[in-house]
Ligand binder design. Structure first.
Ligand SMILES: [Zn+2]
Length: 324
């Protein structure tokens, strides 16, 4: 008997750069756009090679616009990966912009990403999971196949409270960040991919960052690494439970990675305020490889476009109206 083929799941890495963490956290010096891409990309690409994976890197336009990052960013496509659009300025309050400003963000980022990598992004992920109905319409206008900006979780407001509490921002800066990481009602949105039904009559595919079905708690790698600080056994139970619930609910995960999941304080000293930065890079890469081995036991892991193509063919995919 033919063994049953594993379902497709996707892997993506939001290429948030050193300066964007410094900027969001209100640290001086971000204005010269300090970059750690020369450190992060070789580590990430080598790890993907060892696991035989081809994934999607969501690139920030501002990084693609600077010649110092060209070589590192070009290595992404050279080594067989796909690129996505992660906005130009990486401002997590994209949902506050009007349509013209959103269009500018998308097009400007895309032009620089295409010029550096030679690839047109087919998908978009908003910084800090920010999105709006105008954003979805603009993505369709610009020929995007999918959006990947939603994070269906109830814990966004908690994450925001923690972030504001640990940062040194002025009252005005805090006000701008009031909608950061979403609302309680985000938890009501589906974990499975679906189509947005837009006022123009067109539909856009949404591939949410997968959270644990039923409980809607995140399990992307940053959370798993955080849990591993208490116990790697706890981390592994949590991951296995997430995978089990994904399988029971027939949810093919879209699994999210960040640069700081793969590098530690031994490689970047500036981000000590960030949770998990006291772990050395080597330890993080070992955790990453374990997690990916667990996921690939149940899923065929590929990039976001492969995931999008397989979802688009599935007749059971739901259609929803955007509530924002
Ligand atoms: Zn980001």
């Amino acid at each position: 008997m033919e063994p049953k083929q594993k379902p497709i799941a996707s892997l993506s890495l939001d290429l948030d750069n050193l300066w964007s963490y410094m900027k969001t956290h209100g640290e001086a010096g971000w204005e010269s756009f300090p970059s750690y891409l020369d450190t992060v990309l070789p580590v990430a690409l080598d790890a993907m090679d060892r696991l035989g994976l081809s994934i999607t890197f969501f690139i920030v336009g501002q990084d693609a616009a600077l010649s110092k990052n060209r070589e590192a960013l070009h290595s992404i496509v050279q080594r067989g990966h796909e690129v996505g659009n992660h906005s130009f300025d990486h401002e997590p309050w994209l949902h506050l912009y009007d349509r013209d400003r959103i269009r500018q963000e998308i097009i400007r980022a895309e032009e620089h990403i295409v010029s550096v990598t030679g690839q047109k992004p087919l998908g978009f992920r908003g910084p800090g999971f920010s999105w709006s109905r105008d954003l979805l319409e603009v993505l369709l206008e610009c020929g995007y196949l999918y959006d990947a900006s939603t994070l269906p979780t109830y814990i966004g407001p908690l994450a925001r409270a923690y972030y504001l509490w640990t940062s040194d921002l002025s009252a005005e800066e805090k006000k701008k960040r009031a909608g950061l990481f979403g609302k309680w009602s985000d938890g009501l949105r589906p974990v499975k991919p679906f189509f947005w039904q837009l006022p123009s009559g067109l539909k856009l595919l949404e591939i949410p960052v997968t959270t644990m079905p039923v409980f809607k708690v995140p399990f992307h790698l940053s959370y798993l690494i955080y849990l591993s600080r208490f116990s790697t056994f706890l981390m592994s139970i949590y991951l296995r439970m997430a995978i089990m619930l994904c399988r029971l609910t027939k949810t093919a995960p879209s699994f999210l990675l960040h640069p700081l999941d793969l590098i530690g304080c031994d490689q970047v000293s500036k981000l000590s305020f960030f949770p998990g930065m006291d772990l050395p890079g080597e330890r993080k890469v070992a955790l990453f490889e374990n997690v990916l081995r667990d996921l690939s036991r149940h899923y065929r892991l590929g990039n976001m476009s492969i995931h999008a193509a397989s979802v688009a063919k599935d007749p059971s995919v739901r259609t929803l109206l955007p509530d924002a």
